[in-house]
Design a protein around this ligand. Sequence first.
Ligand SMILES: [Zn+2]
Length: 121
Amino acid sequence: MHEASLAQQIATSVAAAIPPDRHGDVRVIRCLVGELSGVQPLLLEGAFAVVAALTPFPQARLACEAVPTRVHCAPCDGTFAPVHSRYACPQCGTPSSDVVAGTELLVSHVVYEAPATAPSP
Ligand SMILES: [Zn+2]
């Protein structure tokens, strides 16, 4: 299953990026999921929930943010959102395949459990 292996890969890269002594404190892993990435954010979150127990962060959940597609128009030096898969600039009509956002699948940040407050004297 596509999303399950992606969820595993996300866990592996997060595990490699943070100090091992913080693994147990991870509560939320935030991801950016581009519209064109071929990944359904809800399916990826569900897949992570299934594999979480097998990762170093069994208490973590995945929170995905969908990133809409943006395409660069060179003549206008601006970006636009393609409408109905029509990759032509709405300002000048120039076709463009210079996609600048919407293909990403990346971890944007990791949220740790708040540190325990010291007991008051
Ligand atoms: Zn244009």
